[in-house]
Design a protein around this ligand. Structure first.
Ligand SMILES: [Zn+2]
Length: 389
C-alpha cells in the first residue's frame, strides 16, 4: 500500500494547486471539483483495499508530466520487485501510451515494459519491445543483453546470431563472447552429424568474434581428430593452453592420443614439461612423470614427484605418489597399507567437485559450457588448489 502514496503525493499537490487557483479564477472551479472527486474516489478504493481499482483510478486522474514521470517509474519498479507484475505492467503500459512524453522517458517506459514481459515469461512481447529499442543509443546494449538472454534460454541460436551486426557495433566483449558460444552451439549440432566444412566455418566465426574462445578450439580439435588430422588437432590443444591454461588439464589425454597417432610422444612430453614448469599443475605433472619413468627409472620419477609435492602439495598428486610407491617391488608387505591409504584418498576425491564456476562459485562434478547457476559461458573450469589442480 505504501507505494501508492507515490501516486497520491502528486495528486495531492495538484489538488492544492487547483485549490489555490480556484480563489483567483472562478472558471477552474469545475476542474477542481472533478479532481477532488477522483482523488477521494481513488483514496476510498485504497482504504477499502481495492488496490487494482485504486491504481486504475489514480492513473486516469494523474496526468503524467515531466516532474511526475519519475514517481510513476519508481512505483512500477516497486511493484515489480514485490512480484506484482500485473500492476507494474499496468503502470508501464500507461506510460508507453503517453504520446506527449519526451523521447528518453518513452524509451525508458518501453524498456521497463520489456523487462516486465520478460519477468512474466511473455518472451515474444519482451522480444518485440527490446527490438524496437535497438536503435536507441541509451538502450542498445541493455536490449541486446536481454535479447541474447531470451535466445539463450530458448536455445534459439540462429536468432541470436542474427543480431551479430548490432553486437559487433557495440564492441561489448561479454556480448561478443556469448555470440561466439552461439556459433559453438551450432557447431556442436553439426559435429554430431559429422558435417566437417560446416563445423570448421562455424568455429572460425566463433574465433573471429572471440579469439579467446577455448570452446571453439576444443570443438575444432574434436572434428580434426575425428578426421585423423592430428597435426591440426594438436595445434588446437596448444591454442587452448595459450588461451586459458585453466582449461588445459581436461585436454591433456586427448592431446597425448593425437601425438601418439603422429608417433611424436617426445614432442608431447616436451610440451607437457613446459606446461608443468609454467603452471605447476598436477595433471601436467602426473603426465610428465611417465616420461621420466620411461626415460630414466621409477625411482627417478618418484624423486621428481616427491620434490614436486614438497614445493606444491595437492591431494591428487599425493594419491599418484602412493600409486607409484605401490609399483615399487621393494616395498613388499607395505603394499597392503598403501592400498588402504590410496582407497581412502580416492574415496575423498570422488566426493569433491571437479569443476568450479569462476563467475558465481557454482561447483559441479560434470562440465557444462554454460554455468547452470549464473548461465555465463566457459566459466566452469577445473578446480585449482589443494583439492584440485
Ligand atoms: Zn556460474
Amino acid at each position: 500500500m505504501l507505494e501508492l502514496l507515490f501516486l497520491l503525493l502528486p495528486v495531492a499537490m495538484a489538488y492544492g494547486w487547483f485549490m489555490g487557483r480556484n480563489s483567483v479564477k472562478q472558471n477552474n472551479h469545475t476542474a477542481k471539483q472533478d479532481l477532488s472527486i477522483k482523488y477521494s474516489t481513488g483514496l476510498n478504493y485504497l482504504l477499502s483495499n481495492q488496490q487494482d481499482k485504486a491504481i486504475e483510478f489514480l492513473l486516469e486522474t494523474l496526468k503524467v508530466e515531466d516532474d511526475t514521470v519519475e514517481a510513476h517509474f519508481a512505483m512500477a519498479n516497486l511493484f515489480r520487485r514485490r512480484g506484482e507484475l500485473d500492476r507494474a505492467l499496468k503502470v508501464h503500459e500507461y506510460l508507453v501510451r503517453q504520446k506527449h512524453l519526451p523521447t528518453q522517458a518513452k524509451q525508458q517506459a518501453a524498456f521497463e515494459l520489456g523487462k516486465d514481459f520478460l519477468s512474466a515469461g511473455l518472451y515474444d512481447r519482451a522480444e518485440e519491445m527490446f527490438h524496437k529499442l535497438l536503435k536507441s543509443k541509451d538502450y542498445q546494449v541493455k536490449c541486446l543483453v536481454y535479447l541474447i538472454k531470451i535466445y539463450q534460454s530458448t536455445k534459439d541460436w540462429q536468432h541470436g546470431i542474427a543480431l551479430k551486426k548490432a553486437i559487433i557495433k557495440t564492441k561489448d566483449k561479454a556480448l561478443l563472447h556469448t555470440l561466439a558460444n552461439f556459433y559453438c552451439e551450432l557447431a556442436t549440432i553439426a559435429l554430431e552429424k559429422d558435417q566437417f566444412i560446416e563445423v570448421i566455418e562455424l568455429l572460425e566465426n566463433a574465433l573471429k568474434y572471440d579469439p579467446n574462445s577455448c570452446r571453439a578450439n576444443w570443438l575444432m580439435a574434436e572434428i580434426y581428430e575425428n578426421h585423423q588430422q592430428y597435426n591440426e588437432a594438436c595445434q588446437c590443444y596448444k591454442d587452448i593452453y595459450s588461451q586459458d591454461e585453466d582449461f588445459f588439464p581436461d585436454v591433456i589425454d586427448k592431446m597425448e592420443y593425437c601425438y601418439q597417432q603422429l608417433d611424436a610422444q617426445d614432442e608431447f612430453y616436451q610440451f607437457i614439461k613446459k606446461v608443468y614448469d609454467e603452471t605447476a599443475g598436477t595433471s601436467a605433472l602426473i603426465k610428465y612423470l611417465s616420461a621420466v619413468e620411461k626415460k630414466h627409472s621409477l625411482v627417478k620419477a618418484q624423486d621428481f614427484m616427491l620434490n614436486a609435492l614438497k614445493r606444491r602439495p595437492t591431494i591428487r598428486g599425493f594419491n599418484h605418489f602412493i600409486k607409484m610407491q605401490m609399483l615399487d617391488s621393494t616395498n613388499g608387505s607395505n603394499n597392503e597399507n598403501l592400498e588402504m591409504i590410496k582407497k581412502l584418498i580416492s574415496a575423498y576425491l570422488n566426493v569433491k567437485h571437479r569443476y568450479n564456476c569462476r563467475t558465481c562459485g557454482f561447483n559441479s562434478s560434470t562440465h557444462y559450457w554454460s554455468c547452470p547457476s549464473c548461465h555465463d559461458w566457459e566459466q566452469l573450469k577445473p578446480v585449482r588448489g589443494l583439492e584440485g589442480e
